[in-house]
Write a protein of this length. Structure first.
Length: 416
């Protein structure tokens, strides 16, 4: 295990880690940077050989998508095969659209990755260190779950052509321009198909992990800031041992320390809100497309699950895992968008519990700053899909119900 870990760290040594803003960014984004690097999608590495590798991967993905589209246009003759093709094409086209949009807003994502380091959020206390560690572990866990589920899905799709009843078959319908149904050509066609399929699969997974890691990073910042607000007096009174709260409020040095720290926290709150709004702008349109595509994919995947159960166990497993990945990926994104809404609103509760009633609100300028923070936090930031629907767990479950309704209609049409 140690050898494998060492090998993994060696082959995924990306410049993104060298350019990291500090320990927090490295800890939070290390796994993401390494996976992005191995997938050929790193924007930080510009060496000749890596650029060659990256462009080759992107060319393979583009060719794979074209092959799928041509297959659907020229060869597909039944509803079941058409639905299978549409599923594969939809998820890839949405991944390309989201990736292009992320590349257009690359400075925003870099700023988001470095925001916690540069904002000087106080993570010196054991409680805040535990918060950062907790959210880092959650990010790592969900990244592994997403990549693990995606990898198992790819593996099942690799096996299917080898165990089905068709002599010369590929895991997805692909137009290659030549007849590969010969013993001499099929191994080459199968190998090329598997390589392209895995490149496309990794491309989809990397897009999803980039989004969810940045969302969890924002959640972490809100929770740390809430703890800072809630314990602001405790943090300020460390250098004033032996003084009661009443004495502290009357102490001029304490007043200076408190007002300075409060001003710093108010500025940090403003910055986090700004970063959240920037992210909202960059994901709004892609997530609108993602929600629409996911609704169709869940419906089509459910159709395949329902129609393949009695036909082929392997085909059923493929469809079930594909449905599971699509549902889980959208659930994760909506779950963390929903958490950002909750944690941004929680800032006002943290401010209410900050001990303002002991007399600090009588200090010059303190009342106005407290009211400013409460007012900002009272209207939580809601991430949306194109401004049409909120990205929340409620929206996710509504979408699943809509997909199920469409699925029942599709199954009824099939029986008729």
């Amino acid at each position: 295990m140690v050898l494998l870990t060492s090998l993994w760290r060696t082959i995924t040594h990306t410049k993104a880690l060298e350019d990291s803003s500090g320990e927090i960014e490295t800890t939070f984004f290390e796994s993401l940077y390494r996976i992005t690097y191995i997938a050929g999608l790193s924007n930080s590495d510009h060496s000749f050989f890596y650029k060659l590798y990256s462009n080759t991967v992107k060319l393979i993905i583009a060719t794979f998508i074209m092959g799928e589209v041509l297959y659907m246009i020229t060869i597909v003759s039944s509803l079941d095969i058409a639905i299978e093709q549409m599923n594969a094409i939809l998820i890839l086209l949405m991944a390309v659209f989201r990736y292009k949009y992320m590349r257009m807003h690359e400075p925003v994502y870099k700023k988001l990755a470095t925001s916690m380091q540069f904002s000087n959020l106080d993570t010196s206390t054991p409680a805040r260190k535990a918060l950062v560690e907790y959210w880092t572990e959650r990010s790592e866990t969900y990244l592994k779950l997403m990549v693990g589920l995606g990898s198992v899905t790819l593996a099942i799709w690799d096996v299917y052509p080898l165990v089905d009843d068709i002599d010369y078959n590929l895991n997805v319908g692909l137009w290659l321009g030549v007849d590969f149904s010969r013993p001499s050509r099929y191994p080459i066609a199968y190998t090329l198909n598997i390589v392209a399929f895995h490149c496309a699969g990794m491309f989809i997974m990397v897009n999803d992990t980039i989004m969810q890691t940045h969302l969890i990073h924002l959640v972490c910042q809100y929770t740390v800031l809430a703890d800072c607000f809630e314990n602001i007096i405790v943090d300020c009174e460390k250098d004033f041992e032996g003084l009661s709260r009443d004495q502290l409020v009357r102490d001029s040095r304490f007043r200076e320390v408190y007002i300075f720290r409060l001003g710093l926290l108010v500025e940090q709150h403003k910055n986090i809100l700004m970063h959240t709004m920037e992210l909202r702008k960059t994901i709004s349109l892609p997530m609108l497309g993602q929600m629409a595509a996911s609704a169709m994919q869940i419906c089509f995947s459910g159709y395949q699950v329902a129609t393949t159960l009695t036909v082929s166990l392997t085909k059923f497993s493929m469809s079930l895992l594909f449905l599971g990945y699509n549902s889980f990926e959208l659930f994760v994104l909506c779950r963390w968008c929903n958490e950002i809404k909750i944690q941004s609103e929680n800032i006002s509760y943290a401010m209410y519990c900050s001990g303002w009633e002991c007399g600090v609100a009588t200090m010059a300028g303190v009342r106005a700053r407290l009211m400013l923070v409460v007012t900002r936090a009272s209207k939580p930031l809601v991430l949306t899909a194109g401004g049409i629907t909120d990205l929340s767990l409620e929206s996710y479950f509504n979408l699943v119900k809509t997909s199920y309704s469409a699925l029942t209609v599709l199954l009824r049409l099939r029986h008729e």
